[in-house]
Ligand binder design. Structure first.
Ligand code: BTN
Length: 234
């Protein structure tokens, strides 16, 4: 049903075997952020990784950054197949292709002996959305809809994992390149956006992200940082 549900249900069994990766050929009950569901037909790439603090150099307080890293790693991966001009990241970690969502990422945390992160990634690859209902087509796209090719899913998965690991290296130059990449590929910088953080709604101009990965919004009352939340309109 869902790679993230499976991973989280079996988290204790994998406690001493992390990182652990769960991949599905098809998902029937995929979950998205908030209360959304994530539809993934045959040909989509869906996986979840259980990472304990021992496997990641990033401290738990900076885990919001690993969610950004995942978005950037997938955006860079898809650049191997599609024109970079068409690929954008949307805070916190969605990847857009030709103005439509191609990848969604769900990060969940659990406290075991060590904090554990479940990184769930869904990418529309060979599951063309050209015949999907018009409301889905307006918002979502698959890689094949642009390339008109069938892609080898394990290759995309491996590319992503290598890039994720590289970008997670905790040093100043990896952080700098992450931020530079984000700034270059940010879908919404300079645009008017509406955000929700808990029950708080904010409207203003998107000014990209800060070093911790918080979204910067210039409101009429000054600049605000959104640590976690959603962009609801843009
Ligand atoms: C979103 O954009 O709202 C996040 C979507 C995350 C979907 C992935 S698919 C693999 C993993 N398993 C799930 O049930 N959800 C995530």
């Amino acid at each position: 049903p869902s790679t993230s549900d499976y991973a989280l249900e079996h988290i204790e069994a994998y406690q001493d075997r992390m990182p652990a990766l769960f991949v599905a050929r098809q998902q029937t009950k995929g979950r998205g952020r908030g209360a959304r569901s994530w539809f993934a037909g045959d040909g989509a790439l869906t996986f979840s990784a259980l990472l304990s603090q021992a496997n990641t150099p990033i401290e738990p307080h900076a885990w919001p950054r690993s969610s950004l890293i995942a978005g950037v790693a997938m955006c860079q991966t898809l650049e191997q197949y599609a024109d970079t001009e068409l690929l954008k990241v949307k805070w916190p970690n969605d990847v857009y292709l030709a103005g439509r969502k191609v990848c969604g990422i769900l990060v969940e945390k659990r406290e075991l002996a060590n904090p554990v992160m479940c990184l769930g990634v869904g990418v529309n690859v060979n599951n063309s959305l050209e015949n999907a209902p018009p409301d889905v087509q307006q918002k979502a796209i698959a890689l094949t809809d642009i390339t008109h090719q069938r892609h080898f899913l394990p290759e995309i998965l491996l590319e992503f994992l290598l890039r994720y690991q590289k970008l997670s290296e905790a040093n100043a130059s990896s952080l700098e390149s992450l931020l530079a990449y984000w700034r270059e590929h940010c879908l919404l910088t300079g645009r008017q956006i509406e955000t929700m953080q808990g029950t708080q709604q904010l409207t203003g101009e998107c000014h990209g992200i800060d070093v911790n990965g918080s979204l910067l919004v210039q409101t009429s009352a000054g600049q605000r940082q959104i640590v976690s939340g959603e962009i609801i309109r843009w």
